[in-house]
Design a protein around this ligand. Structure first.
Ligand code: FNR
Length: 361
């Protein structure tokens, strides 16, 4: 993730950046070991229609991502790279992506733009997965030139640009220098030859943010909401002296962000939405699709699987998610991912309260 290295402020030395990458993986993995957690996905409930299903062989959940079709409507979201151990994780994620036909992102490539010795931890992805859909990643605030270099270095089909204002605020090396962000994204979108996807890192994109992005030509956004990997907690744990734990719960969940976006669709200029943040299982995937996401990004759940079980463990998990998402679609009467938007989905609890307060029916 960015922090200073991506933002305008020159920051910590190379050793500090490497340490941060490894801290993020270690602390994120520890968070996902905590067993089942409650999220706002739990506030969504499908109405079961006992005669409403379709036959499993009729279901095809392949979706178009950028200019390509991927077999399943979920992907490995951007996470890591830049050190030997995080390079190994990228290698294992790339093997699992190749074996399962899953699209994947990587962590911020910025570290490798400043230090060539960090580059192989990203190049390994293309080496392992020459034909798959791969996204490079960079923090907002970097130049057009850096964005191009990141795409070239990874050999990527698309670029994720992450916006992480909350993290920059709480991170010791952060760079809370936000006023030029929108203009910076506009320049990258205008200049790059590959599609650009703007994403949060676990605090959600509001409808207003999405409308701002649409107004500068952004066609793809991942709302990446709260409820999963928690970078407030991670940054707190990295520097115990700087306690921002009172901010816990700041931001919007992915379901809230999707509902917000749907209510303001007219202002989003046909933007395609992806969703991530706290996706625990195939039911969460299907719920996000039902709320209008084209595809669903998964970071923490897949990181835990690959750290604990290597590429084989992740291949098995992704395979089971592919089967289960199709089974759930059949149960819900959806032949395609888009059909899921016609299911009856109830909104309860805190998510319902969010809708009421935002004036969403
Ligand atoms: C991330 N994430 C992330 N995102 C990004 O755009 N650039 C980055 O460099 C990173 N780095 C990173 C490291 C680690 C270890 C994790 C787990 C995650 C954020 C990620 O893509 C996603 O937006 C959030 O993690 C929310 O999804 P989950 O983890 O709840 O599925």
């Amino acid at each position: 993730m960015s922090a200073g290295t991506d933002g305008a402020r020159p920051d910590a030395d190379a050793a500090g950046r490497r340490e941060r990458k490894e801290d993020h993986v270690r602390l994120a993995t520890a968070q996902w070991k905590g067993g089942t957690r409650t999220t706002e996905f739990d506030d969504l409930e499908f109405v079961h229609h006992a005669l409403g299903g379709v036959s499993l062989p009729e279901v095809d959940l392949g979706v178009e991502l950028f200019d390509r079709t991927v077999a399943a409507p979920f992907y490995i979201n951007g996470m890591t790279g830049g050190t030997e151990s995080t390079g190994r994780i990228n290698q294992q994620l790339a093997i699992a992506a190749r074996e399962t036909g899953t699209a994947m992102g990587c962590g911020s490539v910025s570290i490798a733009l400043e230090d060539e010795s960090a580059a192989d931890a990203f190049r390994v992805i293309r080496r392992e997965n020459p034909d798959g859909l791969v996204m490079a990643n960079i923090g907002v605030g970097r130049s057009v030139e850096d964005a191009r270099r990141a795409v070239d270095l990874v050999g990527a089909d698309a670029l994720q640009v992450h916006v992480n204002a909350v993290q920059e605020t709480v991170m010791p090396e952060g760079s809370p220098d936000f006023s030029s962000w929108l203009r910076g994204i506009e320049q990258i979108v205008a200049a790059l030859e590959v599609p650009v996807l703007v994403k949060e890192v676990g605090f959600g994109l509001s409808a207003r943010t999405l409308a701002d992005l649409a107004s500068i030509g952004v066609a793809w956004a991942d709302v990446s909401g709260r409820g999963g990997t928690d970078f407030l907690a991670i940054e707190n744990d990295r520097r115990p002296g700087r306690d921002y734990s009172y901010l816990t719960g700041f931001g919007q969940s992915a379901p809230a962000a999707l509902l917000d976006a749907r209510a303001h669709q007219g202002e989003l200029g046909g933007m395609t939405l992806l969703a991530s943040g706290g996706v625990r299982d195939p039911l969460d995937v299907v719920k996000a699709l039902a709320l209008g996401a084209r595809a669903v990004g998964v970071a923490g759940s897949f990181l835990k699987a690959v750290v604990e079980g290597g590429p084989e463990g992740l291949v098995e998990l992704i395979g089971s998610w592919q089967r289960h998402t199709r089974e759930l679609a059949a149960l819900l009467g959806a032949r395609t991912a888009a059909d899921l938007e016609s299911t009856d989905l109830l909104v309860r609890g805190r998510l319902r309260e969010f809708c009421t307060l935002r004036g969403i029916d």
